[in-house]
Structure formats: C-alpha cells, structure tokens
Design a protein around this ligand. Structure first.
Ligand code: GLU
Length: 309
C-alpha cells in the first residue's frame, strides 16, 4: 500500500504544487475562471475503505470531462456496446478535445471516440429517459451510487455559465444531427450535457469512483457489482487511450495508469486491482490537464511503481 499516512502524501502534494505557477485556470467557461490556481488536493481510496488524503480536500469542483467516463458506463449499461459503438468509434484522435476537424476532413459518419466532445455529446444523447430531467436524475443517481453520497448534485452556476457560452458544442451537436448520430433538440442536449459536466464533488468522492473502476466495477465496500466488469474494462481502456486529451500517449508512457481529466482540474485515476485516486488542481497545462495533478501522479507512479505496463 502506498502513502499510508497523510504526511507522506502531503510531502508529494507540496512538491507537485510548485508547478501550479506554470499552469492556467480554464476560463472559456467563465465560471471556471473563478478557481484558485494554487489549489491542489488528492485522495487515495483503497478497496478496504481506507482513504489517505492531502491538500485542499474539502474543495468541491465540477467533473467536466471526467463525467464522460461515467456517462459512458451508464449508457453502455443502458444500451449495450454494439448499439453505442455503432454511433461512436474507439480510436484516439490526437486533436484537442473540442475539435470539429476530423468529423469533416475524414468524412466520418461518427465521432472517433467517446472522450472527445463530439463523441461525449453522442453518448449523452443516448442516456435513457423520457425527459432531460429524468435522464439527468438517472445519471445523478448513478453518480450517487458510485460515490455512496446521496447529496451529489450539479453546480447551477457552472452549468448556466457553460450553457450560455457553449457555441462550439452546439456546432458539434448540429454536425452530429446532420449526420444522423443524434436526433434530439440541440438545446435540450446542451441543457443535459452542461449539467452533466457541472456535477460537483470533492476529491474523496472522485477517488471512490476511481476505486470502483479499479475493482472492475465492484463497490469494494458493499461488494455490489455496480458496473458490469466488461463495461468497466471498456471504460478503463478509453481512459488509457484517450483519457488525458492529446497527451494520452505521453501519460501512458510516463505514468501508465488509466485516468480521465477535466478542464476544471479534476483527474480520476483507477490503478487496476489496487485503488482509486481523485485529484483536483485547477491550474492546467497546454493540453488542458491539471499541471500539478499530472506531476503528482508522476511522483506516485514512479515512487510506487504503479505503471500497468
Ligand atoms: N464541459 C466542457 C466542454 O465541453 C468539458 C471539457 C473538458 O473537461 O474537457 O467544453
């Protein structure tokens, strides 16, 4: 077991925190621009229920793209892999998360993977339910089960801020609609997607989600199989191939842990069979990953030989 004590983990946080000055908080969603770039928090959740944490652990943040893995798991459970992968591909892109370019230049009939925005929008479209409200409630219930926290909700402030400025995501959605990947009203999809991205929690909750993925979909505390193991495996594979934007290859080589990041500075990592890690550090590097979060994962991976490769 690594970092048994919070002091041990705090020393790594202190070291990683030095690089926050080189990062920048995302502000293309205006509400995210309010984050403190110096914050850094980490929690490690073990299968036996023990947790080690350090840093600004009580701070809540929105999941942003981390939500894409969770929604993918729900939709794969709702619809099954063949239905989902008829509409979304399985290949990394090498382009930024919000790029529209491959959809047009490669004349693709479907987005390349569910971790880029085009693919994530298609996945969100597939959440079952009769209304946006019901689909959101089903997603929230799933997140509450994963975190074992019945109070999980979304940030009104952040979802509204993104809804008002999501011009690129609207463009992607219209493109998907033109290509027959989605058939719902784009404003409704934006409403659901921006609320999904604004689901809020702290790093302890995120580490708890990580441990469920790490244990092949089983909640190690209750013993319940929350996500079927083949679906947890698909999600973790996407985390490796496309979870860290267009830095996923470098991340796999240097760190070697399935992980998904978001522009809020959250990172959810699942060390297979061992533990879940939740990180929050809003100062981002050029690819949109938490700059101190990556450093911290690098220190953990190197110090404790966590790479799966
Ligand atoms: N809600 C954000 C967007 O669609 C998520 C992006 C991210 O975290 O990568 O722009």
């Amino acid at each position: 077991m690594l970092c048994r004590t919070s002091e041990e983990l705090q020393a790594l946080v202190d070291e990683a925190k030095r690089c926050t000055v080189k990062g920048k908080v995302a502000d293309y969603i205006p509400a995210l621009g309010k984050a403190n770039p110096n914050d850094l928090a980490v929690a490690i959740h073990y299968p036996n229920g023990e947790c080690t944490s350090a840093g600004d652990i009580e701070k809540k943040f929105t999941l942003q793209s981390v939500s894409k893995v969770i929604t993918l798991a729900l939709v794969l459970m709702d619809r099954g892999p063949s239905y989902v992968f008829e509409k979304v591909g399985m290949e990394p892109t090498g382009d930024p998360f919000n790029s529209i370019v491959k959809l047009e230049t490669m004349a693709l009939s479907k987005p390349l993977n569910p971790m880029i925005n085009a693919g994530a929008l298609a996945v969100t479209h597939m959440i079952k339910g009769d209304s946006v409200k019901q689909r959101l409630e089903r997603l929230l219930e799933f997140v509450r089960e994963l975190t074992n926290d019945s109070t999980v909700f979304y940030s009104e402030d952040v979802s509204r801020s993104e809804f008002e400025t999501a011009f690129l995501n609207r463009s992607l959605s219209y493109f998907l609609k033109q290509n027959g990947i989605i058939n719902e009203d784009v404003e409704e999809l934006m409403d659901l997607y921006t609320k999904q991205c604004a689901i809020e929690m702290n790093s302890l909750d995120l580490a708890r989600i990580g441990v469920v993925f790490a244990m092949d979909g089983v909640d190690p505390i209750s013993g319940k199989q929350i996500i079927p193991s083949d679906i947890a495996r698909i999600c973790k594979t996407f985390m490796v191939t496309c979870g860290m934007y267009n830095a996923s290859g470098e991340f796999a080589i240097k760190i070697g842990i399935p992980a998904k990041s978001g522009v809020s500075g959250g990172i959810m990592a699942a060390v297979p069979g061992k533990f879940g890690i939740g990180i929050f550090g809003p100062a981002l590097n050029e690819q949109g990953n938490s700059i101190a979060g990556i450093k911290l994962l690098e220190l953990l991976s190197n110090n404790y030989q966590l790479s799966m490769f």
